[in-house]
Design a protein around this ligand. Sequence first.
Ligand code: SF4
Ligand code: SF4
Length: 377
Amino acid sequence: MQRLLETIALARAESEGEVARQLQICNACRYCEGFCAVFPAMTRRLEFGAADIHYLANLCHNCGACLHACQYAPPHEFGVALPQALARVRRETYAAYAWPPSFGRLYRHNGLVVALAAAGGLALFLVLALALNGTLWPGPLKGNFYAVFPHQLLAALFGAVFLYAVFALGLGVARFWREVKPGESADGAAAEAARNALALTYLGGGHGDGCNEEDDRFTLARRRLHHLTFYGFLLCFAATSVATLYHYLLDRHAPYPFWSLPVLLGTAGGLGLLAGPAGLLWLNLRRHPLEGDANQRPMDRGFIALLFLASATGLALLAWRDTGAMALLLAIHLGVVLALFLTLPYGKFAHAAYRCAALLKFNIEKRLPSRIALGAD
Ligand code: SF4
Ligand code: SF4
């Protein structure tokens, strides 16, 4: 165990040292200054300690623009490949700040196989539970999910898992925030950070033409697919929230008709969560190898697969909810969603939370006078 921790610490120190080396070159060059928030933040520093590197790594949106613009990129002897170097540190920061700390290792093992095994295992468990109970094929139930799994059971189980995910991720981000410590607050910083996050401003590549993927061409595909995924996720969350309000405040219980608000929100969100992750997987498979960290790809793909499967099984459940297959489809969908929630704080979803924190720090910092300009150390 001790040896493993030492190996992890050594790997992190090496990744951070490599980022510091590349940033020193960038700080002298500054050609990419207008591309994203990382470069203006970098120019406010002359040296890069661990906290600075963690902050800049999470501020990077991995758009790839600086790699394709760089005259010092491999095969140049300087070997500047900032998107890859920052991506390596980014994954290390998720593990370093994770709560509980011992779970940080999960980031290293979370991948496509783990995601599919968790989803398949949980779905199988629920299917077997129904089969043993004699309710796996009960005949048409007119979409009444609660005749299969009681409402209280679902609310308690999913509520507990979701709250744990939020709590664990929140504590991890709080530890990150304490380390990068902006020190002061600034008017308007939170609003601008929220705008940057919601609009994915820095996936525009600094000129609005977009990012680079496998080559020098600019494309807005990454930004659009992230938007489909992000807003699809939000719409699905809104559908669940509205259904909960219907249930407890209005005493209106599921199943809801197709034209009801929860079903419309869920359907729109589900379609976004099909198209967005499918497109992001396509981009992920084609990306230039120096734009990312190859070790992180299994984690990316695992999260993408769970989002896609959660949406596909949810839409299938909606389509066949009035048939005898409803209980089976419901068990499969719940298994996938449970796996998604359980892996949420220890997978790719962390990037959304850490990046929002880094954007907030950036927007605070840019409103403050530069310490370099003031001649401070
Ligand atoms: S990535 Fe390359 S071109 Fe851009 S600032 Fe750094 S050294 Fe200069
Ligand atoms: S990959 Fe994109 S977001 Fe990251 S440092 Fe380079 S230009 Fe900035």
